[in-house]
Design a protein around this ligand. Structure first.
Ligand code: CAA
Length: 248
């Protein structure tokens, strides 16, 4: 048991919920954040988690808004406690061929998936630097590593997250802060289930393990990176993709 806070953006989502649960099991006080449009769903989610034996704090923050992120982080530091772990998990898709992609769908994905990582990390970093302690874990994607047909926006943002991870890890390594990314493959969440069934089946057939991943399989990896067992890992990317993309 520890008294530190773990803040999970997109913490009410398919992967985010499971990450919140894992960090709670590992003894953190978990603050799950949600985009303001989803705040009305928060009570329902909190009740659902309570039935399963979990207590969470939910905060509203639009990760695309730098000022809002800063205010929310200050509020959590003051009213809940020191943020030891930041998990940047908020993300969206707006899939289409580039030739059909509106500028708004490029902007939405880049500002949520990549600017959001800057906005949240920058807001938390000064607190971590002062304490000389912290774990930053960015949820990227296999499609940021290999590119995916129909996802120029998403692949660019997710690849950018890892560039951010590698660069920041070097800046803060001497200050007791580790920065890593996790790259999920196709995980059984609403985001993946929204893909047309025929296309999805075709994608699954290309996965060596011949199945989608489970949110818990991502959460377990995040739990490990947040733990003392991962103390010498920084600037790394851990793929969790059933063998869909292999590299070293
Ligand atoms: N490689 C090569 N060609 C492909 C292809 C691929 N991966 N996918 C589709 N095509 C071809 C099709 O065969 C088709 O060719 P023909 O016209 O010759 O028949 C052509 O491209 C058009 O394909 P669609 O009919 O699918 O076109 P569409 O306009 O209806 O849809 C799309 C385009 C929205 C991009 C759709 O293909 C799609 O949803 N693809 C899946 C994208 C994807 O994987 N998204 C992941 C979301 S989940 C996520 O992102 C989480 C994570 O981190 C993994």
């Amino acid at each position: 048991m520890n008294n530190s806070v773990a803040l999970v953006t997109g913490g009410l989502g398919g992967i985010g919920s499971e990450i919140s649960r894992k960090l709670s099991e590992n003894g953190y006080t978990v603050v799950a954040t949600t985009f303001n449009k989803d705040i009305e769903k928060a009570d329902e989610w909190i009740a659902e988690q309570k039935t399963a034996g979990f207590e969470f704090i939910v905060e509203e923050a639009d990760v695309t808004n730098f000022e809002a992120c800063g205010k929310m982080v200050e509020h959590v530091e003051k009213t809940v406690g020191p943020i030891e772990v930041l998990v940047n998990c908020a993300g969206i898709t707006r899939d289409s061929f580039l030739k059909n992609m509106d500028e708004s769908n490029w902007d939405a994905v880049l500002s949520t998936n990549l600017d959001g990582v800057f906005n949240m990390t920058k807001s938390v970093l000064d607190f971590m630097l002062t304490r000389e302690s912290g774990r930053i874990i960015n949820i990227s994607s296999v499609n940021g590593q290999r590119g995916q047909f129909g996802q120029t926006n998403y692949s660019a943002a997710k690849a950018g997250m890892h560039g951010f991870t590698m660069a920041l890890s070097q800046e803060v390594a001497r200050k007791g802060i580790t920065v890593n990314s996790v790259s999920p493959g196709y995980i059984a969440t609403n985001m993946v289930m929204a893909i047309d069934e025929e296309i999805r089946d075709n994608l699954i057939s290309q996965i060596p393990m011949q199945r989608m991943g489970k949110p818990a399989e991502i959460a377990n990896t995040v739990g490990f990176l947040a733990s003392g067992d991962a103390s010498y890992i920084t600037g790394a990317n851990i793929p969790v993709n059933g063998g869909l993309f292999t590299s070293f």
